[in-house]
Design a protein around this ligand. Structure first.
Ligand SMILES: Nc1ncnc2c1ncn2[C@@H]1O[C@H](COP(=O)(O)OP(=O)(O)OP(=O)(O)O)[C@@H](O)[C@H]1O
Length: 314
């Protein structure tokens, strides 16, 4: 596990100053969330950290200057849009192998298979092209490529923004698992405060190239001081009550016949849902031939996406 430390980071694009003296620390093994409106400078911070954009100020990993190539490899960035970050002419294996160093031939193929397995992709996709995959699968490939370099720090820049909600939850849970399994330190960039609350330990809010609020995620969300943070929170009134659920958190039992053509009512028990209402009933429409597992998945997806109780029953 590695600690990251950034001091007085400044980035200019010609006459535009995109980042104006940003400082933060990410403790080893922790996740810092970076939120802020479009254009506030979040991606520029990420790009500066991996050396894609020239910057002034200090950037250190475990005390080592990130301007050295060796230190820089320890920080990997996963971009928002895997459609453009993965070369469409490459196979999945070639895309992931781009991140490897000093491994060739069979050893490289074996390592790629291991990485695909780590991100829960079927190794059979190794021969596919990114364009043949779903958005969620492509994002897993991008994560596998970042992990190929055996980084200590992973920066995830809006990695779920282009995915639909059920796939977002799967990718977020994958990142949480990888963080725990590999002891990663992370910076998680997002527009979505609910997602940041789910993923992060600390939170920095950016506004116009500066960090205007910074602290433990619960404190920043619980006692927002800056007007901009308050306005972000006002846009998500239910935050603090709602959690993204993984399917294993949800118990769903059918209360009507799952085979009925008109759909099926499911009673869900969500132990980490709003405390006052851990049990809610929702109605999902399933194909008459749907299996129970499919219906359960649909019920959980529905609960996550719309958080839409149908009302108490019985
Ligand atoms: N290559 C570039 N050349 C010139 N200006 C740029 C460039 N990239 C970003 N900017 C400007 O820098 C500022 C910060 O942009 P940045 O992409 O870092 O913001 P962001 O918070 O990540 O936004 P988003 O959430 O939309 O990705 C913006 O004013 C943007 O227009």
């Amino acid at each position: 596990m590695a600690a990251l430390s950034v001091g007085d980071l400044m980035v200019r694009y010609g006459s535009v100053t995109a980042v104006r003296g940003v400082s933060f620390d990410v403790a080893a093994g922790s996740v810092l969330g970076l939120v802020g409106e479009s254009g506030s400078g979040k991606s520029t911070v990420a790009r500066a950290l991996v050396g894609l954009t020239p910057a002034t100020g200090s950037m250190r990993i475990d005390g080592a200057d990130l301007s050295s190539r060796q230190a820089r490899r320890r920080v990997q960035l996963v971009f928002q849009d895997s459609r453009s970050s993965l070369d469409p002419r490459y196979t999945v294996e070639q895309c992931v192998a781009e991140g490897l160093t000093g491994v060739r031939g069979r050893a490289a193929s074996a390592r790629v298979a291991e990485l695909l397995d780590l991100v829960s992709l079927d190794p059979a996709v190794a021969g596919s092209r990114p364009g043949d995959l779903s958005g969620g699968q492509r994002q897993r490939v991008a994560i596998a490529r970042a992990l190929a370099a055996r980084p200590d720090v992973v920066i995830a820049d809006e990695v779920t923004a282009s995915l639909d909600v059920s796939v977002q939850a799967v990718v977020l849970n994958l990142l949480r698992r990888l963080r725990a399994e590999l002891g990663l330190t992370m910076i998680f960039i997002s527009h979505n405060l609910a997602v940041v609350e789910y993923m992060c330990d600390d939170l920095a809010v950016m506004f116009d190239g500066r960090i205007v609020e910074y602290g433990a995620v619960g404190e920043v969300i619980g006692r927002p001081e800056h007007p901009y943070t308050r306005s972000l929170l006002a846009a998500v009134p239910e935050i603090g009550q709602r959690r993204l659920l993984s399917e294993s958190d949800v118990e769903a039992s059918a209360v009507t016949d799952p085979a009925s053509a008109g759909g099926c009512a499911y009673r869900l028990r969500c132990p980490i849902g709003p405390a006052a209402n851990p049990e809610r009933e929702i109605c999902v429409t399933t194909e008459p031939a749907a299996t129970a597992a499919h219906a359960h998945h649909a019920a959980c997806h529905f609960a996550r996406e719309l958080d839409h109780p149908v009302g108490p029953r019985g």
